[in-house]
Design a protein around this ligand. Structure first.
Ligand code: ADP
Ligand code: MG
Ligand code: MG
Length: 192
């Protein structure tokens, strides 16, 4: 599956819609195990992404991915901004060699892990990215949901939630939930 500028634009539009519709829920998830801002952070970032794509409307994939990365890094803030930003920046770099979506996403996961130091099972967005990307391109909506729900019973080892130790168990990870929306949006953008 090749990533085109058109699919990318649809993907970002659908993701922006999901984040906006679930802004309060994402911040609510971030309240017991964080600082209650994840929905606001992501919504601010995706408004910036949408605006940047609409005003600059880049026509090549690398420029589009780079613009998305820069908007996320400058507007999301917190831990999630640099992590999502790194993911899109790594996809931008890799898109100079290949437009294969599975390869782009693999580069993104490596970037996120390197940037944040989290590994699978640390109750972060890595738990969704790693599982989902490994399943790509035969990824299903149920597999995304499963990966998101699996963060609930884990103890957080990275980020603000890790300050709570065992008390982080029993709560979904907000970044995992927003990443679930990202991949649901991707399936929809691909017409699945
Ligand atoms: P902050 O915690 O700075 O307020 P957000 O609330 O926007 O930032 O994002 C929190 C999310 O970021 C967490 O739910 C988790 O998924 C993710 N996260 C935090 N630290 C890391 C890390 N080191 N590696 C990967 N993901 C992380
Ligand atoms: Mg937060
Ligand atoms: Mg914060």
């Amino acid at each position: 599956m090749e990533l085109t500028v058109e699919t990318l634009n649809n993907w970002m539009e659908l993701f922006a819609q999901k984040v906006s519709a679930n802004k309060a829920y994402l911040s609510e998830l971030d309240t017991p195990i964080g600082d209650g801002d994840h929905g606001n952070n992501m919504a601010r970032g995706m408004v910036a992404v949408t605006e940047a794509l609409q005003t600059k409307h880049p026509t090549d994939l690398t420029a589009s991915l780079k613009l998305i990365a820069m908007s996320l890094i400058s507007k999301v803030g917190g831990a999630a901004g640099p992590l999502y930003g790194t993911a899109f920046l790594e996809m931008a770099k890799t898109s100079q060699q290949t437009t294969d979506l599975a390869e782009l996403l693999q580069a993104a996961v490596l970037g996120i892990k390197k940037r944040g130091g989290a590994k699978l099972g640390d109750k972060t967005l890595v738990d969704v990215w790693e599982v989902v990307v490994a399943k790509f391109p035969e990824l299903t909506s149920q597999q995304i949901e499963q990966a998101v729900l699996a963060t609930k019973d884990l103890e957080a080892k990275k980020g603000r939630a890790s300050y709570l130790g065992e008390r982080s168990i029993g709560h979904l990870d907000p970044g995992a939930v927003s990443s679930g929306y990202l991949f649901e949006a991707l399936l929809e953008a691909e017409g699945r």
